[in-house]
Design a protein around this ligand. Structure first.
Ligand SMILES: [Zn+2]
Length: 389
């Protein structure tokens, strides 16, 4: 099928990827969507920090990769970026991911030079102690560490858990003045330096896979459309929204600018097969078993049926998840805008969300790309998805 990049055609490239990323499970005959340049882009895109509210450098990297595959770009005041195919078409379809990653803000610097933080997005206080951090200042990155009292010095009877108010960053400074002399002030954002790894050949691990994978996957859809010379009967808006992690804000803004007819959103969801997750509460979702299709009031039923039927026809595996009330993703922002936009959510199962070792399965990544790609080929221009026709 023309859809895939076959490795025997790209033997030398494959060997390079195999060595660089230790893809031991892939054989020379396995068909894959991701190729050398997509993985190189993914690594660069992930290794660059894009804290909520500060996404523009990351958006530049994303747009540079997407450029050959789109006709034009839209960007907005807060940094959302959209690659557009067929900008003159009246009927508009969005495929979307979010650009931002969770981070911390410098909130208070004590007289003895320790930094206390508040969240920028859902950062996890439990995983902070003993992490190295990047503090973003005007003159560049300053390194610090989340310190923690030694096991020897803690009261075994009543150990304190890490909490937002007791975790602190040590930059090696003895006074507040020394901290300030490094360019650090209240309001500087703090990210983790953790970079892209591949485990056991097919598990991608990094901080911020939520949701850098979304931007990556929709960009790959655009690449496949171009490479396979597919003409769409509508305008396609490949949308990388900012500020999802603090309440879907970028999507709320950009949906008003685009005014789409359809929005297919992709984000991550929880793999629930690792310890201490209650399947009766969270449902059963497993990485490697396929993209997750959401059932929720914000999801337009006919659009979702088109996606599941497309998946079945193309033998793309998928899982289902039920969400009461909001989906907690940009799907809600698109669905409830502009008088109602037919919206659906395709999620990538992920382990350890909002930690620095988020993990996804490469097969799921490829299947989300396939699912979105094949669904787009099944959307007719002018489709209303009306329940009443
Ligand atoms: Zn998130």
């Amino acid at each position: 099928m023309i859809f895939f990049t076959t490795n025997h055609k790209n033997g030398f490239i494959f060997t390079f990827i195999k060595e660089k990323y230790n893809l031991k499970k892939l054989t020379m005959t396995k068909e894959t969507i991701l190729n050398k340049s997509s993985l190189t882009f993914l690594e660069k895109y992930l290794n660059n920090a894009a804290p909520t509210g500060y996404e523009w450098e990351s958006q530049k990297i994303w747009m540079e990769y997407l450029k050959p595959y789109v006709d034009t770009f839209i960007t907005d005041t807060y940094g959302s970026a959209v690659g557009v195919i067929n900008p003159d078409a009246k009927y508009k379809v969005v495929i979307e991911g979010h650009a931002d990653e969770i981070s911390w803000y410098v909130n208070y610097i004590s007289d003895n030079g320790l930094i206390y933080v508040i969240r920028n997005g859902g950062s996890d206080h439990q995983i902070a102690p003993s992490k190295i951090v990047n503090i973003h200042t005007k003159s560049g990155i300053v390194k610090g560490v989340f310190g923690w009292p030694a096991i020897h010095t803690r009261d075994k009877g009543k150990e304190e858990a890490p909490k937002p108010e007791n975790i602190f960053i040590d930059t090696g400074c003895a006074t507040k003045k020394e901290v300030e002399d490094l360019g650090i002030h209240v309001g500087c954002v703090i990210t983790y330096p953790d970079e892209f790894h591949i485990l056991n050949g097919d598990k991608f691990v990094c901080r911020a896979l939520d949701n850098r994978m979304g931007g990556f996957m929709i960009a790959e859809v655009a690449r496949l459309l171009k490479e396979n010379k597919k003409e769409l009967p509508f305008g396609l808006y490949i949308t990388n929204s900012v500020q999802e992690e603090i309440g879907l804000r970028g999507a709320e803004m950009i949906t008003q600018t685009i005014q789409p007819n359809v929005a297919i959103v992709t984000d991550v969801t929880h793999d629930t097969t690792t310890p201490m997750i209650d399947k009766k509460k969270e449902g059963l979702l497993e990485m490697g078993k396929g993209p997750v299709i959401a059932y929720a009031p914000a999801v337009q039923q006919k659009l979702r049926d088109l996606i599941t039927e497309t998946a079945e026809a193309n033998k793309i595996p998928f899982q289902r998840s039920a969400l009461s009330r909001a989906t907690g993703t940009d799907t809600d922002a698109f669905a409830y805008s502009n008088g109602g936009v037919a919206s659906a959510l395709i999620s990538l199962p992920l382990r350890y969300m909002h930690t620095t070792v988020e993990m996804v399965h490469r097969d799921d990544v490829e299947n989300v790309i396939k699912m979105i790609y094949e669904t787009l080929l099944n959307i007719k221009g002018g489709e209303t998805f009306s329940y009443f026709e």
